[in-house]
Design a protein around this ligand. Structure first.
Ligand SMILES: [Zn+2]
Length: 257
């Protein structure tokens, strides 16, 4: 591999030389943080170091067409390793890293914007500089939905292999005046361990009448194919949810507080 060393190299879109042309400084500006890199590199009439720097530190934020070109040729082993810049997203190694990353984001309730956080990005680079995080859009449109589908299959399997299921549910309004309905299923698994799985937390904009709550709860239970498999339902004693569970849904209703 050989880095293009012609004077018109695209590295000069990002680097400036000092007065005696011995040092170049990276002037790449992060669009999110508005911070300039300002990393100094020795300059010896060769743009390889600068190109390596761009690929290693800013590649995910620079369009491929604006990066310096790389052509085949001879490089030292050190330079060749320096230029093997990242794992291919379709590789097994990349997937092995991306899956726990997705689990971390979901299991710890992180905002997806964490993938744009420069400190987080830098930290991952220190752990493994060849792993470049997927974009926020890819996480939200592809990775998380896929993870949800695989999790849903596991949960449905769990719910279907148990005989007695119990539902806790409630509707409420947030401080931002948005209304929600939550539903959690409780059951004892085959190892006699009590399990609780939140199967829904959804916005429900209409007035929380008993009839509306019934429709919403049935939609949730039907989605998980367990509408006819609930032994008892728990909720607080607000009149709307009590009437919904006890009278309209005709199931064992247990007030919890
Ligand atoms: Zn830089």
């Amino acid at each position: 591999m050989l880095i293009n060393n012609f004077p018109e190299s695209k590295v000069w879109n990002y680097f400036v030389k000092n007065n005696d042309s011995t040092i170049t400084t990276c002037k790449y500006k992060d669009a999110l943080t508005n911070e300039t890199c300002n990393n100094d590199l020795k300059y010896n009439k060769n743009t390889s170091l600068m190109a390596n720097h761009l690929y290693s530190n800013h590649r995910s934020n620079i369009k491929e067409s604006k990066l310096p070109s790389i052509t085949t040729g001879h490089l030292s082993i050190k330079a060749a390793f320096a230029n093997s810049y990242s794992y291919c997203p379709s590789s097994q190694k990349y997937r092995d890293l991306e899956d726990p990353m997705c689990n971390f984001i979901l299991q710890t309730g992180q905002l997806l914007s964490i993938v744009d956080n420069k400190h987080f990005f830098k930290m991952l680079g220190l752990f493994d500089s060849k792993y470049k995080l997927s974009t926020r859009q890819r996480f939200s449109c592809e990775i998380v939905p896929l993870k949800f589908e695989s999790f849903k299959i596991k949960v449905m399997h769990l719910l279907n292999e148990t005989e007695f299921r119990h539902l806790t549910t409630d509707g409420w309004t947030s401080q931002a005046s948005l209304s929600y309905i939550g539903a959690t299923i409780h059951f004892v698994d085959q190892n006699f361990c009590l399990k609780s799985i939140r199967i829904s937390l959804k916005q429900s904009p209409n007035a929380h009448t008993s009839l509306y709550l019934k429709e919403q709860i049935e939609l949730i239970l039907n989605k998980w194919k367990i509408n006819d498999k609930i032994l008892s339902k728990f909720s607080d004693t607000a009149a709307n949810i009590k009437h919904c569970l006890e009278d309209l849904m005709n199931k064992l209703y247990i007030p919890c507080f």
